[in-house]
Design a protein around this ligand. Sequence first.
Ligand SMILES: NC(=O)c1ccc[n+]([C@@H]2O[C@H](COP(=O)([O-])OP(=O)(O)OC[C@H]3O[C@@H](n4cnc5c(N)ncnc54)[C@H](OP(=O)(O)O)[C@@H]3O)[C@@H](O)[C@H]2O)c1
Length: 251
Amino acid sequence: MKIVVIGGSGLIGSKLVERLRQLGHETIAASPALGVNTITGEGLADVLKDTQVVVDVANSPSFEDQAVLEFFKTSGRNLLAAEEAAGVKHHLALSVVGTDRLAESGYFRGKIAQETLIKASKMPYTIVRSTQFFEFLGGIAQSGTVGQTVRLSPAYVQPIASEDVATALADFTLGAPYNGTVEIAGPERFRLSEMVQRYLIAMNDRKTVIPDVHARYFGAELSDLMLVPGANPRLGTVNFETWFERQKMPA
Ligand SMILES: NC(=O)c1ccc[n+]([C@@H]2O[C@H](COP(=O)([O-])OP(=O)(O)OC[C@H]3O[C@@H](n4cnc5c(N)ncnc54)[C@H](OP(=O)(O)O)[C@@H]3O)[C@@H](O)[C@H]2O)c1
């Protein structure tokens, strides 16, 4: 089976490519640095020749509201059209748990547009919605930082390790199209403000997290359950302690 991973050089993409290759599948990592660009169309038709499955784990280079929306709209349109033309049999995309509840956020309006294009296309598909990656906790902390304080919502989160995301994505990639949305999450639930405080302490960062129910998460005010999955998500096995210990080890 030939599989193309769009965004195959990224955090999730590189782990997914490695795993699929280990399982014996011909897997091509595609990204602008590797000559494939879903915005300009460069290299797209060529890389998709004789491809059965495409996994889209690309991300917008800019998180500015309009730029994200344009990225996911243009990339989604170009990619789905090229897949149809090439006769691809299954399109998978990585999205975020709660995306449909987060339209107040510019970033999530981009993800909603990406999901809407997939559902409206003729491609058999699987949308995999993940919770926040442990690797993203630093970015979340930064988004709420002013001086030495970090203001964050105390809404619940259930973060997941990128390796668990890649393992789950590989399984869905090798399965039949779900023609719907599946959810994946980490093994433990915390309040976002507490999780980030714990992360900062582990990093020897002396900043203090202040829980604030009105603090916005990339533009959206959160209620308690907005970022956590519904019934029966697939759960990863790596918890925060294990993930953090592994970060300290040389690759
Ligand atoms: N962060 C989280 O907690 C979280 C949670 C759930 C879901 N997600 C989703 O997970 C996905 C992957 O995130 P990530 O952190 O692995 O991303 P990442 O490390 O930032 O990697 C992004 C990838 O997208 C590629 N890319 C950028 N522009 C492109 C273009 N025009 N054409 C083709 N590829 C392009 C990049 O290629 P170059 O390196 O060549 O530029 C890179 O390979 C995103 O869609 C995100 O919404 C994230």
